[in-house]
Design a protein around this ligand. Structure first.
Ligand code: GLC
Length: 451
């Protein structure tokens, strides 16, 4: 058949001859050749299967944004998680160190629709806005009330919006007053209780020792100045916004006194003029380098200022913030936790990350290493934690009574108003009274309440 076709189509004979020769040569080399082919096929198939396997094992990336200082500190836990969970890669994107600058970045990314972040690493004050916008998953089905009862009440409350839970607490925070025990000894004074004590002790130390400054705090126009102010206004017996009635207290006497205090300590050179540019880290550096007697800051300062090689290690103590005569100390409630983006393609993996960071062991590790305040109550009295930081027992009491910032959906706006006017007041562009009146009026307009 082939031959006859070959007669009509000579080319076919050539082809046929070629294959014929090849085949016979092939078979003449016998089984050896055949087995080589099988081997090649097996290797190819194997490689393909491995390829598919590798693709299937590519870890899912769970990403979130956070302040750069904090990313450094959380890296160790992230690596531990990834070692235990090779199917998940945690990507921590390093953001600015001002809390509300991070909030702005998250807001922009969520507004654009498809946020690149699977997790919202959230300040204690962000949830009403993010949850109301529908940007977060409700986590309430994933945790029981009994589980939540292990956390500080205020930290949990900060994650609630309507009937849902949108944030799992990781660490709490509360503003404290740090002081130099050696300097107070030198001038023969007790730790201050009131605003006037603080001013008097600062002046004595500035006059009698070579320490330049009395009191350092955070005065940049950002969220930090608001947290300082919350402590001052409460220490004068007032309030910023009543969350139930939405009454605004900024232009009442306590509000004006609080703004005046900030301005007076700068004007009287108790606080350096540069405070108008300070975030937490700047004020900490001044205190740590031995340039200031008192510092308002968060509890993590304890570990940092006492670290080996710190000029003030072993010479510091902390106490609740000072207050006006006849009033009480107030600590502003701070803290951070985890929400999950409503648009993440990987909610299960994101939850595993959240569950890890907020569970007892990892939280304990983080707290013991950096002196951050835990969100789980039992860690305040955990013997290992107390062995490292005996003052945590006192912090639990402060934590339970810390003053939250108002949980309103317009929080970012009302905070921005307060930041602007406090900043105008401490940089001498307005009197404290005029600044607080203007701030109160704008705040009422944003909240939709009558002036
Ligand atoms: C701390 C607090 C946070 C606060 C911020 C202000 O990080 O934990 O709640 O908003 O400081 O700077």
């Amino acid at each position: 058949m082939v031959a006859s076709l070959g007669v009509r189509f000579p080319g076919l004979i050539l082809i046929n001859n070629f294959f014929g020769r090849t085949f016979s040569r092939f078979f003449s080399r016998g089984w050896k050749r055949l087995s080589l082919i099988f081997l090649a096929l097996a290797v190819t198939a194997g490689a393909l299967l491995v390829g598919v396997g590798v693709r299937a094992q590519q870890p899912v990336t769970i990403s979130f944004l956070l302040r750069a200082v904090e990313a450094d500190q959380m890296q160790g836990l992230a690596e531990q998680f990834m070692a235990e969970n090779p199917d998940i890669r945690i990507e921590m994107v390093r953001g600015p160190n001002a809390a509300d600058a991070v909030e702005n970045l998250y807001t922009t990314s969520f507004l654009l629709g498809d946020s690149p972040y699977d997790i919202l690493f959230s300040d204690v004050v962000w949830i009403p806005k993010f949850a109301a916008a529908g940007w977060l998953l409700d986590l309430s089905d994933r945790v029981s009330e009994a589980d939540l009862a292990d956390f500080l009440g205020a930290d949990v409350t900060a994650g609630l919006y309507q009937d849902g839970l949108y944030r799992m607490p990781f660490r709490s925070d509360m503003g404290m007053l740090y002081y130099r025990t050696d300097l107070l000894d030198q001038v023969g004074l007790d730790p201050p209780e009131t605003f006037s004590d603080l001013i008097a002790a600062s002046e004595a130390i500035q006059a009698q020792t070579d320490v330049s400054w009395g009191f350092v705090w955070q005065g940049l126009q950002y969220e930090g100045i608001v947290t300082n102010f919350v402590e001052l206004i409460a220490g004068y017996g007032g309030f910023w916004i009543d969350p139930d009635s939405l009454e605004v207290g900024l232009d009442q006497p306590a509000g004006i006194q609080a703004a005046e205090f900030m301005k007076t300590v700068i004007a009287d050179s108790i606080t350096p003029p540069g405070v108008t540019n300070y975030v937490e880290e700047d004020s900490l550096r001044q205190f740590e380098n031995g340039n200031a007697a008192f510092l308002r800051n968060w509890p993590y300062v304890w570990a940092e200022a006492n670290r080996e090689g710190s000029p003030v290690a072993g010479k510091i103590a902390l106490k609740p913030m000072v207050h006006d005569e006849g009033q009480q100390s107030a600590a502003c409630l701070g803290g951070w936790g985890f929400g999950i983006s409503a648009t993440t393609p990987h909610p299960e993996e994101a939850w595993r990350v959240v569950e890890f960071f907020t569970s007892y062991g990892p939280m304990k590790q983080f707290v013991t290493e950096f002196a951050y305040v835990p969100s789980r109550r039992a860690l305040f009295t955990d013997p290992d934690v107390l062995a490292e930081f005996p003052h945590f027992e006192q912090l639990l009491e402060v934590a339970e009574t810390a003053i939250p910032r108002p949980p309103v959906g317009q929080y970012a706006q009302v905070s921005d108003i307060l930041q602007r006017y406090l900043s105008a007041s401490i940089s001498d562009q307005m009197t404290p009274e005029a600044a607080m009146q203007a701030a109160a009026g704008e705040t009422r307009r944003v909240l939709g309440v009558e002036s």
